[in-house]
Design a protein around this ligand. Structure first.
Ligand code: PA5
Length: 461
């Protein structure tokens, strides 16, 4: 398949050996070998009985239409504020898309210049954050999107109850009209049906961190004014590119092959995603969750247990050049850096090169940003540190849809190479159960007793 002007590209030359030595770079033959091992994986991911439907869901066009229709219905009521309640995968995808595809100052624009409501993410149970938000928002004109696949996540359930009570207090018995729930068959779905809350389906075969391109990630940005059609079209295009690619031309597979060899053969257990655009800061956090929760796993049993998975780190250029880059260039050589950069920004801002900044005359901020990204890649390469670069032609929906699908598929490929399940999260479940036990929830008494018996000694200073 020929690449198009709007396509995402991956540049991997700076991770190869040569030019890097074999201790730190991946040889072309090594990559070919891993790509061979990956050949059956994409068909398996697309099979009807695949453990996750994150790619298959892109073919369910009716789901996309339902999200757009519901977003239009809600937008017609002209809400001024949209509160998105969810956590982990039920929040990050929406935040990525909202932040990247709306005006950079979306929430500060006057109503007349904003294509949709201000957006607020409630992804924690910090009383100062939620309490102050509820003091500030006029709940008579608010819409609440609550997202939980299981319908039982304690943080989401708690925030939902707090917001529901506040809305009911303000508007009375019509409170449910201010809510949309994206959820599965759990308690939230049952409650929504009982109370008459509009619902969108959370696809049963897609897990939270792979759900950015379902209602979980799409509905909030759609109400805020994002046209989600091109986003889904971009996602489908990446899938088509991967399906038709010759070996060595599927960007997700090549990225996975390099990341896998870095982790397992080149002593690089840390994978940094460094995005050179403020609007992609949530993308780096999304990647951290995707990679951490999908690949950080206990593998095997008994004496054969191994603990695998790269440690993901988020960084933002240029800001973190004055923070983490010193560590990346001169600290332990234990990192692969994946840059994300834009070929062009949406705005041109020229720098008036005067006085000591005369050398900047005629340079734009975009050109400076680009030079700094390239400079960081060069500094890493000179220090023998590998990097790859994802390059988007611009910050626009189609290319972003391609990037999300590429990074999700890269993660699924890496899991296949590690021989682990990318789609479960037993470690997260363990924390949830312990929290219920500590809250004294009925049914968790024996867990609580076990926690108390195992409590570490206290040394409190
Ligand atoms: O990626 C995941 O599976 C998790 O981060 C979940 O999204 C998170 O735990 C929230 O779960 P739920 O959507 O069931 O509330």
């Amino acid at each position: 398949m020929k690449s198009l002007a709007g396509d995402l590209h991956l540049e991997v030359g700076a991770a190869l050996a040569p030019p890097l030595d074999r201790e730190h770079g991946v040889g072309r033959a090594e990559i070919r070998k891993v790509l061979k091992a990956l050949e059956p994986v994409l068909p398996r991911l697309l099979a009807a009985d695949a453990p996750s439907g994150f790619l298959r869901v892109l073919g369910r066009r009716k789901l996309g239409e339902a999200i757009i229709a519901e977003a239009r219905r809600c937008a017609q009521r002209k809400p001024r504020d949209l509160i998105h309640i969810g956590i982990g995968g039920s929040s990050l995808g929406a935040e990525v898309l909202w932040r990247a595809l709306t005006h950079p100052q979306h929430n500060l624009l006057p109503d007349s210049r904003r294509p949709g409501p201000r957006v607020h993410f409630v992804d924690n149970v910090d009383p100062d954050s939620l309490g102050s938000l509820l003091e500030w928002v006029d709940l008579r004109h608010a819409l609440v999107h609550v997202v939980s696949k299981s319908g039982g996540t304690v943080e989401t359930a708690a925030a939902f109850q707090v917001v529901r009570q506040a809305v009911e207090k303000r508007v009375g018995p019509t409170w449910a009209r201010h809510f949309v729930a994206t959820t599965g068959r759990g308690a939230l779905g049952a409650l929504a049906r009982e109370e008459g809350i509009a619902t969108l389906p959370f696809p049963e075969d897609v897990g939270g961190r792979f759900s950015a391109l379902t209602a979980s990630g799409l509905f909030t940005p759609a109400v805020a004014g994002v046209d989600v059609g091109p986003l889904l079209a971009g996602a489908r295009r990446m899938l088509a590119r991967m399906r038709s690619a010759e070996p060595g031309h599927d960007p997700a597979a090549v990225a996975a092959a390099i990341a896998h060899r870095m982790e397992t053969a080149k002593h690089k257990p840390i994978h940094v995603l460094m995005a050179y655009a403020d609007a992609l800061e949530p993308l780096a956090r999304w990647f951290v969750q995707l990679c951490g929760e999908s690949l950080g796993k206990r593998k095997g049993r008994g004496a054969h247990v191994r603990h695998v998975g790269p440690t993901p780190l988020a960084a933002r250029g240029t800001t973190d050049q004055h923070s983490q880059v010193q560590l990346f260039v001169e600290g332990p050589p234990d990192k692969l850096v994946s840059f994300v950069r834009l070929q062009a920004q949406n705005r041109a801002v020229e720098i008036p090169g005067a006085g000591p900044a005369a050398y900047l005359d005629g340079v734009s901020l975009g050109a400076l940003l680009e030079a700094e990204q390239r400079g960081t890649a060069v500094a890493l390469a000179r220090a023998g540190r590998p990097s790859v670069t994802w390059e988007l032609p611009a910050l626009e929906a189609g290319a972003l849809g391609q990037l999300l699908v590429a990074l999700e598929t890269q993660t699924a490929y890496q899991a296949a190479l590690l021989g682990i399940d990318a789609f479960d999260q037993p470690g997260v479940e363990a924390g949830k159960i312990a929290a219920f036990a500590l809250l004294g929830r009925e049914g968790y008494e024996s867990e609580r007793a076990a926690i108390e018996a195992d409590a570490p000694p206290s040394w409190r200073i």
